[in-house]
Design a protein around this ligand. Structure first.
Ligand code: ATR
Length: 276
């Protein structure tokens, strides 16, 4: 039996076990995926333990994605740029990857190209960082990072541009500014928690900022259709909900562990769990 798991705190609501075990079961693989709550001060011990127990790989979630780097032997290009790891492969050595951003890129690619596109990202936290770097590695034309705290957006934009060469600017989330910036963009991604349950009526984007030739993605998956996505749909835009990024980041993790993913099965497993 091959063992995999996710470590984090809190971990109770992680959708990863259901998503991965669905693949293992359907395809009759001798694999099992578990979830462990690991406190910050126990991270190093937990990692040593997983290695000693012969786990083949694991996912890392809040609050360990950055700290874990100290215990990893080798980092992928994305993980090095993003400075965070969400997937580890154990193969004598520990190899750290970040599949969050590539998960978002793959979701977007299911609707069309990202190369040469102008993209506006709302937020400058961990999720925005992973997505901005992964998009830049795909040679997008331009990235705009809009954030409530402008300084954070500026810092991230500067780093993305310096390290990838992709033109990246920062702006505030002031309505007038956002309207102008969205008008120039082809893809809009909400990487903030705005719109998440229980504040389901919040959005950073006014209806009149949306247009039909926009792809709108929200990383929030509770609710599945956020106010932003509902309004984008009404405006005739193409929408992608937060489950897609979750499923695609999981699919990339499976590939890293040598398991063939099954996107539709994973999506259905996650949707079923969310409905319960
Ligand atoms: P994550 O790792 O999930 O990205 P995070 O690092 O806490 O989470 O980042 C949350 C993002 O949502 C930040 O960009 C935050 O803006 P600030 O940098 O100004 O804090 C943004 N955010 C959260 N609540 C918000 C709100 N009510 N209005 C606008 N932006 C908000």
């Amino acid at each position: 039996m091959k063992y995999f798991c996710v470590i984090g705190e809190p971990i109770e609501h992680s959708l990863s076990p259901v998503m991965h075990n669905a693949v293992f079961k359907k395809h009759k693989l001798e694999c099992k995926y578990l979830a462990f709550r690991v406190k910050k001060e126990e991270l190093e011990n937990a990692v040593r333990g997983l290695k000693a127990l012969g786990f083949k790989g694991f996912n890392v979630t809040i609050p360990h994605k950055e700290k874990i780097i100290e215990y990893i032997d080798e980092l992928s290009k994305e993980a090095r740029l993003i400075k965070a790891v969400n997937t580890v492969k154990i193969d004598k050595k520990l190899i750290g990857y970040n599949t969050d951003g590539i998960g978002a890129v793959k979701s977007l690619k299911s609707l069309g190209e990202v190369k040469d596109k102008k993209i506006i990202i709302l937020g400058a936290g961990g999720a925005a960082r992973a997505i901005a770097f992964s998009l830049a590695l795909e040679k997008t034309r331009e990235i705009i990072i809009a954030n409530r705290t402008l300084e954070k957006a500026k810092k991230l934009a500067k780093e993305v541009e310096e390290k990838t060469g992709v033109k990246t600017h920062a702006c505030s989330i002031d309505k007038k500014v956002l309207k102008e910036k969205i008008k120039e963009s082809e893809i809009l991604i909400n990487c903030t928690s705005v719109g998440m349950y229980p504040d389901i009526n919040s959005t950073l984007v006014e209806k009149d900022m949306l247009k039909s030739d926009l792809v709108v993605m929200d990383i929030v998956y509770n609710p599945l259709e956020t106010r932003l996505l509902k309004e984008a749909k009404k405006a005739g835009a193409k929408i992608i909900n937060g489950v897609e990024m979750l499923v695609y980041q999981g699919a990339e993790a499976l590939k890293i562990w040598g398991v063939e993913p099954d996107i539709e099965l994973m999506r259905q497993a996650v949707l079923k769990e969310l409905k319960q």
